[in-house]
Design a protein around this ligand. Structure first.
Ligand code: 5RP
Length: 297
C-alpha cells in the first residue's frame, strides 16, 4: 500500500490497537440544523479532543473547526438531496479533489445507496472517487445503508458493504445488526459502525461494545453523543470501550459519574454569586429644622 494512503488510514484507525472513534457531525448536509446540532461550532469544541477523527462537510470544517486542530478530518464529499426532497439516495460528488486536498482531508467519505433508485449512480461515483483519491494517497470511506426504506439486516448489510469494498473503498461504514460477524467476515476492508438515532445512553454503549466484539474497528457516532444531555461524558464513556476495553457496565458507570460531576459544576456556575448585602449607611438626614411653630408655643 502506498505510504500516504497507509499513513492517512492510520490517523483514523489507530495502528496500536486497530480501533477507531470517529465523531460524526455531518448530518446537516441533508438534515439542515437538526436537533442539538443547530450550532456545530459549540457542539464540536468540547468533544474534539476525545475523538480520533471528525466527520464533517467542508462548510462546517471551514466555519466551525479551528484550523489549528490536530484531529484528522473525514470529509464528506457527497450530497445533493434533503430530508424534504423526493429521494435521499440521489446523491452526487459535491467536492473536488483539489478542495479536499486544500482542506487537508485525511479520508473522503461518500454514501452509496444499494438497492435504491440511484444505486447505479452512487456505486459508480464511489468507484470514480476511489480512482481519483488514490492518485493522491487519500483513502475513501463508503457510507452504506442510510435511509429508512432499506432493511438493515445481515443479508442487506453484507451485500452493501461488500459492494463498497469491491469498488475499492478503504473503510466501510454501516449499521450494527444481528449476526454482525457475518457482515464483517464477508467484507475485506475495516468496518466502522454508525450510531443511528438517539437511544438511551446504556443502549448506545452496548451497541459500541457489541460492534467491536462483532469485529468492527470502532464507531462513527453522532446523535448518541451530541443529542445526549451530557455529550462529553458520553464520548468519554464510548472511548473507554473503544480504546480502554471497558465493559458496558464500566462505561455506563463512567458516564453517570462524569454526567453527575458535569451537572454539579453547571449548577455551581449557574448559582448567583452570593454577595454580602451591601451595608448602606443610613442616610443621615438632618432633622429638618422646622421653624418653630409659633402656634405650638
Ligand atoms: C449520515 C451519516 C452520519 O455521519 C452517520 O449516520 C453517523 O451518525 P449517527 O451516529 O448520528 O447515525 O453518515 O449520512
Amino acid at each position: 500500500m502506498d505510504w500516504g494512503l497507509q499513513n492517512r488510514i492510520s490517523q483514523i484507525i489507530k495502528p496500536h490497537n486497530n480501533r477507531a472513534l470517529m465523531l460524526a457531525v455531518d448530518h446537516g448536509y441533508f438534515l439542515g440544523p437538526t436537533e442539538k446540532l443547530e450550532n456545530p461550532k459549540k457542539v464540536i469544541a468540547p468533544l474534539l479532543k476525545y475523538c480520533d477523527s471528525l466527520m464533517v462537510t467542508r462548510g462546517i470544517q471551514r466555519t466551525c473547526v479551528p484550523a489549528t486542530t490536530d484531529t484528522p478530518i473525514v470529509l464528506r464529499v457527497s450530497g445533493g438531496s434533503s430530508i424534504i426532497g423526493e429521494d435521499l439516495s440521489q446523491e452526487d460528488i459535491t467536492v473536488s479533489i483539489q478542495d479536499a486536498i486544500r482542506l487537508n482531508a485525511s479520508v473522503l467519505a461518500m454514501s452509496i445507496f444499494v438497492g435504491s433508485k440511484y444505486e447505479y449512480q452512487t456505486v459508480v461515483n464511489l468507484g470514480k472517487l476511489v480512482s481519483k483519491a488514490e492518485k493522491y494517497g487519500i483513502p475513501v470511506l463508503a457510507v452504506t445503508a442510510v435511509g429508512k426504506e432499506l432493511g438493515k439486516d445481515e443479508r442487506y448489510l453484507s451485500l452493501a458493504c461488500r459492494i463498497a469494498a469491491e469498488q475499492g473503498a478503504h473503510i466501510v461504514k454501516t449499521y450494527y445488526c444481528d449476526n454482525f460477524e457475518k457482515v464483517v467476515q464477508s467484507c475485506p476492508v475495516p468496518i466502522i459502525v454508525a450510531g443511528g438515532k438517539k437511544i438511551p445512553e446504556r443502549d448506545a454503549l452496548q451497541l459500541t461494545y457489541d460492534s467491536i466484539k462483532g469485529g468492527a474497528v470502532g464507531v462513527d457516532m453522532g446523535r448518541n453523543i451530541w443529542q445526549s444531555d451530557h455529550p462529553v461524558a458520553m464520548i468519554r464513556a464510548v472511548r473507554s470501550i473503544v480504546h480502554g476495553n471497558s465493559s458496558v457496565d464500566q462505561a455506563y458507570n463512567l458516564y453517570k459519574k462524569l454526567a453527575d460531576e458535569g451537572s454539579k459544576k453547571k449548577n455551581r456556575s449557574n448559582k448567583p454569586t452570593q454577595t454580602k448585602p451591601t451595608q448602606t449607611k443610613p442616610t443621615q438626614t438632618k432633622p429638618t429644622q422646622t421653624k418653630s411653630d409659633p402656634t405650638k408655643k
